[in-house]
Design a protein around this ligand. Structure first.
Ligand code: PNS
Length: 161
């Protein structure tokens, strides 16, 4: 069985993330979504909230119902070693994503030899980013068609506290 990890902040999970996890599951026998901390971002949702929303969204889709969702407590390479992953799968919306992802992919390979597979996302979601979703929600704009069911409400609740 070949395991891959789809890592990310998932703050919150979007339709773009779901598209990438679905593609990863078509390529690998076993996929684990790793909810991690990005040192250059400050998260709105707690790790438990991000895990819960991702889990609910993936369970609802037959294509990803067997994908596990776990929090990454430290380094991604250590998490990947613990779950026996042979690769990380990351989605690319465009060149800017590649520019920010390449140093991380090279660093992960430097650390343990962990490889990264880059997957182009569906063009329909090329403009969908968690940061933009949060910004729109913060200003009271509509985000329901950018995220899985339940996520927009959770986002509004988090912004209200
Ligand atoms: O969704 P993001 O923010 O683009 O995902 C980036 C993430 C969370 C996968 C990355 O920051 C990460 O791997 N964090 C875990 C800690 C780690 O391993 N840092 C070194 C990365 S080379």
């Amino acid at each position: 069985m070949t395991t891959a990890v789809c890592p990310g902040s998932f703050d919150p999970i979007t339709l773009g993330h779901l598209d990438i996890v679905r593609r990863a599951r078509r390529m690998f026998d076993d996929v684990v979504v790793g909810v991690a901390r990005n040192a250059s971002k400050s998260a709105l949702l707690s790790p438990a909230e991000r895990v819960g929303l991702a889990r609910a969204a993936l369970e609802a889709d037959p294509e990803t119902a067997d994908v596990r969702v776990e929090e990454v407590p430290g380094l991604l390479v250590e998490f990947c070693r613990d779950v026996g992953a042979v690769a990380v799968v990351k989605g690319l919306r465009g060149g800017a994503d590649f520019d920010s992802e390449l140093p991380m992919a090279l660093m992960n390979r430097h650390l343990t030899g962990l490889e990264t597979v880059f997957v182009p996302g569906d063009q329909r979601y090329a403009h969908v980013a968690s940061s933009l979703v949060k910004d729109i929600a913060r200003h009271g704009g509509p985000v329901d068609d950018l995220v899985p069911p339940g996520v927009a409400d959770a986002l509004r609740a988090a912004l209200a506290r």
